[in-house]
Design a protein around this ligand. Structure first.
Ligand SMILES: NC(=O)C[C@H](N)C(=O)O
Length: 322
């Protein structure tokens, strides 16, 4: 028998639509009552570890999940399926990717339509996630996201549409695999990550999004506040309006780690431009350029690096060499 651990955390996949049209959490997990056609050699062990909409998930819940999955490897499971709300699914997936060292197949899935809506995608995604997690080829691939018959690696996947079932994409790099009716088919290798098995998730790390006409107000406020790091979603390839530079400099002088991603949904941040506020200057000032991931993921990466107690040089390496 292939034993798969199922961890339900909530989200639309755990919700039902009420008579007034509003979608909310159910006391009893709606997937539990549904007929789930699976190969006979798969045994599910199900735990409802949380029942939360995913905007209520924080790094604390992510850490609890990580600790539960750590135990699973010695409990004779071949894989783990985590059902999760889609709003922050990519963040939990990336946190687990950054913190878990194991060989299990680990798959997150969710739904865009609640359990009793017409064309509900929850049961189907759940089945496809289980098929993936029980398959030999999904082992040693880190944390995967299975939605709408695509397989994505945690690092690059992001929710791109508010309601469509075809919402999870990896804009620059594409999916790493697809699902046929009965098995996962991997098309690419995953990029291996060094995992830090942290035990705490302490730290305040705001994300600041750049915009045309931005001035120094936000960085000035941040330099007067107790924070542990800042992520900037910069313009284009990694540039900022010149007005922000003095207050950003103040923040950097205080020793606050500042990392930058692009606010574009495609491509990577780089130090290309040499004008005032361009990437060349920002890098020279000490801003760390993080390549190819979103602001919320860079934030989790910095949180993990800080809680792993990396020194300044190692933290810079961790944030920039990805
Ligand atoms: N489709 C979903 O799961 C969205 C929901 N708001 C959640 O993340 O909990």
């Amino acid at each position: 028998m292939k034993r798969v651990l199922v961890l339900h955390t909530g989200g639309t996949i755990s919700m039902t639509q009420g008579d007034s049209g509003g979608v909310g959490l159910s006391d009893k997990h709606p997937l539990g009552d549904k007929f789930l056609p699976l190969p006979k050699n798969i045994e599910l062990v199900t735990e409802e570890i949380f029942n939360l909409p995913s905007p209520h998930i924080t790094p604390k819940e992510m850490l609890i999940l990580k600790e539960r999955i750590e135990q699973a490897e010695s409990q004779d499971f071949v894989g783990v399926v985590i059902t999760h709300g889609t709003d922050t699914l990519e963040e939990t997936a990336y946190f687990l990717e950054l913190t878990l060292k194991n060989h299990l197949a680990m798959v997150l899935t969710g739904a865009m339509r609640s359990s009793n809506e017409i064309g509900s995608d929850g049961l189907y995604n759940f089945r496809q996630a289980i098929i993936t997690a029980s398959h030999e080829s999904a082992r040693d691939k880190g944390v995967l996201v299975v939605m709408n018959d695509e397989i994505h690696e945690a690092r690059f996947v992001t929710k791109t549409h508010t309601t469509s079932v075809d919402t999870f994409r990896a804009p620059t790099f594409g999916p790493i695999g697809i699902l046929s009716k009965n098995k996962p088919i991997f098309l690419k290798d995953v990029i291996e990550e060094e995992a830090y098995s942290i035990r705490t998730v302490d730290g305040t790390i705001p994300i600041v999004k750049a915009y045309a006409g931005m001035d120094g107000t936000l960085f000035h406020l941040l330099s007067e506040t107790e924070i542990d790091g800042v992520i900037i979603e910069a313009l284009g390839a990694g540039n900022l309006p010149p007005e922000v530079l003095p207050s950003l400099e103040k923040l950097l002088e205080k020793g606050v780690p500042v990392a930058l991603v692009s606010r574009c949904s495609n491509g990577i941040a780089e130090d290309i431009y040499s004008y005032v506020g361009g990437g060349v200057e920002l890098k020279r000032m000490g801003v760390m350029f993080v390549r190819g991931i979103t602001g919320p993921k860079a934030r989790l990466r910095l949180l993990v690096g800080l809680n792993a107690k990396l020194n300044k040089e190692s933290l810079k390496h961790y944030m920039t060499e990805i």
